[in-house]
Design a protein around this ligand. Structure first.
Ligand SMILES: *[C@@H]1O[C@H](CO)[C@@H](O)[C@H](O)[C@H]1NC(C)=O
Ligand SMILES: *[C@@H]1O[C@H](CO)[C@@H](O)[C@H](O)[C@H]1NC(C)=O
Ligand SMILES: *[C@@H]1O[C@H](CO)[C@@H](O)[C@H](O)[C@H]1NC(C)=O
Ligand SMILES: *[C@@H]1O[C@H](CO)[C@@H](O)[C@H](O)[C@H]1NC(C)=O
Length: 423
């Protein structure tokens, strides 16, 4: 359970009756159609664009589609969650993800950083997710399991290889195992929510140290910044294979309208999902430029980005609305970028982290603006990377305590980590 891998998903969102209020809100936020039967709201997610044809064709085939279920908290969702869901999806045809309720997270782990709506938006935005069940229980009960098998027609329950024990010390998945409907995936990714919270907290320590030095207008000694950051440095080892696994491996088709959006996409959040969705709707192919670590540091300060370039790229690639990323995009959208990718439209959200008034320099969108292919999009959500980080800082003591406890089990995990072969 420490790895948060016990539940996640997208195609429809199921809400259990005791949270009907939340259901309405999320339906509006996600912009999905709802229908009700037996007190349970079913959200059908639009199977988007290129996928939809294939999906319906497969559906009409006689062979029964294997439905798999995985659940989790998905608080501070990262590419490790995305990779686990990708692996889960590969064990079946349709992936249903249960998102644990706020109440259950509070009771079991302390306050979640992200709300149910935000966690649902993130999980639903993943390209491997077909359906989502909101307010799933933290520990899978026999009753809930039966419900999964009967109501949701689940064939297999999937879980990570970390042990998941019920309060009485018994294996939470014993029943599913007994009836032969349990499958396991291996944890391989060098990232966890604990690790990310640690990075945010230590970046805040940097800022505080910075203020003490009265260096407000001076850049922090870069060497020092790197040293203090290295304490919580990413353990992720990016490989070309992982990038391929996350990629659509498809260019724009003939006559496709290519839309371009760029940014840091640090601590990938619900606001990112929403703006990417909006961007995709304006064309056929969404190309995302992910800025280099150096560019992000220059514009946001030395303690940024929290997630490095490869980590940020994987989170963006995992999003269903994204077709391609530029791994390390330039700050300025040049004529060359536009020509190279045959970009028809350059978009940007109204809510942005970077305050260009801070830096006296040319408008990075000057070229697309002069070409008449620039469009400002109303950001559907006000959430930003800073606001997510601030929630953690605001609860600094609570998260430090929670993290210290989890850090011990994380350290143990890394110490005892053995080779696992994938796929
Ligand atoms: C990560 O940062 C936190 C908060 O500053 C710190 O307490 C912790 O010791 C750091 N982790 C490591 C492995 O140094
Ligand atoms: C920091 O700045 C304040 C106000 O400008 C000043 O009073 C103080 O002496 C400075 N501290 C150091 C260590 O330079
Ligand atoms: C470039 O994009 C336009 C749409 O903006 C499209 O009509 C055209 O066919 C594309 N060019 C190529 C070579 O695909
Ligand atoms: C940028 O800074 C200006 C002046 O400091 C402020 O008025 C504005 O709200 C800031 N914009 C953003 C997006 O933070």
């Amino acid at each position: 359970m420490e790895y948060d891998s016990n539940s996640w998903i997208w195609d429809g969102v199921y809400y259990y009756p005791h949270f009907v209020g939340g259901l309405m809100l999320t339906a509006a936020l996600l912009g999905v159609s709802t229908s009700y039967f037996g007190g349970i709201g079913v959200f059908s997610l639009p199977h988007l664009w290129s996928d939809s044809g294939i999906f319906h064709k497969k559906k009409s085939e006689k062979k029964k589609r294997v439905r798999v279920y995985m659940d989790g908290c998905f608080d501070l969702m990262h590419f490790g969650h995305a990779n686990a869901l990708r692996q889960a999806k590969a064990l079946g045809d349709e992936l249903v993800v249960g998102v644990v309720s706020d109440e259950e997270i509070v009771a079991n782990k302390g306050p979640p950083v992200l709300s149910m709506e935000e966690r649902l938006a993130l999980v639903s935005g993943l390209k491997w997710v077909d359906e989502v069940i909101a307010n799933a229980p933290y520990a899978i009960t026999e009753q809930f399991m039966n419900r999964l098998f009967t109501e949701h027609k689940i064939d297999y329950i999937i879980h990570g290889d970390d042990p998941c024990l019920l309060p009485d010390g018994t294996d939470a998945y014993a029943l599913a195992k007994k009836v032969g409907r349990y499958k396991q995936i291996k944890r391989t990714e060098g990232v966890s929510s604990t690790d990310i919270v640690g990075r945010i907290l230590s970046s805040m320590d940097d800022i505080k140290a910075h203020e003490y030095c009265n260096g407000t207008s001076l850049p922090v000694n870069p060497q020092k910044a790197i040293q203090s950051k290295s304490a919580n440095i990413s353990q992720f080892l990016p490989t070309s294979r992982r990038i391929v696994q996350f990629s659509n491996c498809k260019g724009p088709g003939p006559n496709a309208r290519v839309v371009y959006i760029d940014g840091a996409f640090d601590l990938f959040h619900a606001g990112h999902v929403e703006i990417l969705k909006k961007g995709k709707q304006l064309g056929d192919f969404l190309l995302v430029g992910v800025h280099t670590d150096q560019i992000v540091s220059e514009h946001r300060g030395n303690h940024h980005p929290i997630m490095n370039l490869h980590e940020r790229c994987l989170s963006v690639l995992a999003c269903r609305y994204v077709d391609e990323v530029i791994i390390g995009a330039p700050w300025e959208v040049t004529k060359d970028v536009i020509t190279t990718f045959n970009i028809s439209l350059v978009v940007r959200g109204t809510i942005a982290e970077t305050n260009s008034s801070l830096i006296d320099e040319t408008d990075p969108y000057a070229v697309p603006k002069s070409m008449g292919i620039f469009q400002l999009l109303e950001s559907p959500k006000s959430i930003t990377t800073t606001s997510v980080a601030q929630r953690i800082v605001a609860n600094h003591d609570a998260y430090t305590k929670r993290n210290a406890k989890k850090a011990v089990s994380e350290q143990k995990y890394y110490k005892e980590k053995k080779f696992v072969s994938e796929d």
